[in-house]
Design a protein around this ligand. Structure first.
Ligand code: ZN
Length: 351
């Protein structure tokens, strides 16, 4: 929730001098927890204008500013982990988006209602979470989408409480299923940053990967799952670290009469074209001894052979090459491959 506060006279004068609206959004007060990261702002989005978001699959993502993070939790609800995640989020005054699986909602409807009651956005993630969603015949894919919406609405007791946001299981999108989702007013969410919490890597590694990737991208929609104990263990540390590193949590809701669409520019929705970490450039001067009249004494071909280098500079070049190689493989691990044929971003694994 965004709270408008009355700024001081000096601040008011400054805002008016800039011609800006004298409303300042501040992190929600978090009773009993002055160290909470809180929710810095809520944005309202219109699925009709932006039917597909998330850098892992699409050229658009949410219009976040630098250091803003949207938390998403998939695959629940399940006891006791969904409840524990809700406890942590409540203690930190953080609002997230839940992508609910229909059959899970049928089993634990009270957890869906609790998440909604506590201010989270409730969205859907199919009926039974088929991992081979991409390979489903269209009529089955359509039924998965519809049944998931129906079951989650039933758990909420009110279809109006459900956000028209949908995430494909395993990001198993198809053009036809995407078109169908758009035709019925759904905004399809991919994600910007996975934390690999479904891979049984342990809470420390989940935290490390989430932070490392968010630091690398600078912002993003973070993909988490509230069905794993390791995610529950990781979450308090992750939120603490995010706060310490200057990140802010943003809550997303569908635009409505209560939440008018947040004004943005078209550019704000484009996936930031961040410079990929480049391998350190190896300059000739770094790997070869160019003292004195070295260049004059050697033909051009010699400059590319280790024989003419001093043993010391040769070793230096090997070290630099090894460093460059490590750097490259590390950057490859963070980067998501891009399909040469379609030009779409895709995630080379299931979620
Ligand atoms: Zn899932």
């Amino acid at each position: 929730m965004i709270r408008a506060v009355r700024p001081s006279f000096a601040a008011l004068a400054l805002w008016l001098a800039w011609g800006a609206t004298p409303n300042v959004a501040v992190a929600e007060d978090c009773p009993g927890n002055p160290d909470a990261i809180g929710t810095s702002r809520t944005i309202a989005v219109d699925p009709a204008e932006h039917p597909r978001i998330g850098a892992m699959n699409y050229p658009e993502t949410l219009p976040l500013a630098e250091k803003e993070v949207v938390l998403t939790f998939d695959d629940g609800p399940i006891a006791p982990y969904t409840g524990k995640v809700l406890d942590i989020l409540a203690s930190q005054c953080v609002h997230a988006t839940y992508f609910i699986v229909g059959e899970m909602a049928r089993t634990r409807p009270e957890l869906v209602r609790r998440a909604y009651r506590e201010g989270h956005t409730i969205a859907t993630h199919s009926m039974t979470h088929p991992y081979a969603f991409k390979g489903l015949p269209f009529d089955k894919a359509k039924a998965q989408i519809e049944d998931g919406i129906e079951a989650t609405s039933a758990a909420l007791g009110d279809s109006k409480s459900l956000a028209p946001f949908f995430r494909f299981p395993g990001f198993g999108r198809t053009d036809k299923a995407e078109d169908y989702a758009a035709s019925r007013g759904l905004m399809v969410w991919s994600a910007d940053v996975p934390a690999d919490d479904w891979m049984h890597i342990g809470d420390r590694e989940i935290t490390r990967r989430a932070l490392m990737r968010l630091e690398h991208k600078g912002r993003g929609v973070l993909l988490l799952h509230d069905i794993h104990p390791a995610t529950v263990l990781a979450l308090p540390v992750l939120l603490k670290e995010l706060k310490a590193r200057g990140f802010h949590i943003v809550h997303v809701v569908p635009a409505s009469a209560d939440h008018p669409k947040t004004e943005t520019t078209a550019e704000a929705w484009l996936v930031p074209n961040r410079r990929k970490p480049a391998a350190p450039a190896l300059t000739l001067a770094e790997v070869q001894n160019l003292n004195g009249d070295f260049l004059a004494q050697h033909p051009g071909a010699d400059l590319c052979t280790p024989q003419v280098m001093s043993p010391k500079s040769f070793q230096r070049s090997r070290n630099l090459a090894a460093r460059a190689s490590r750097h490259f493989s590390a950057s490859r691990r963070f980067a998501h491959a891009r399909s040469a044929r379609s030009g779409r971003w895709f995630a080379p694994m299931w979620y």
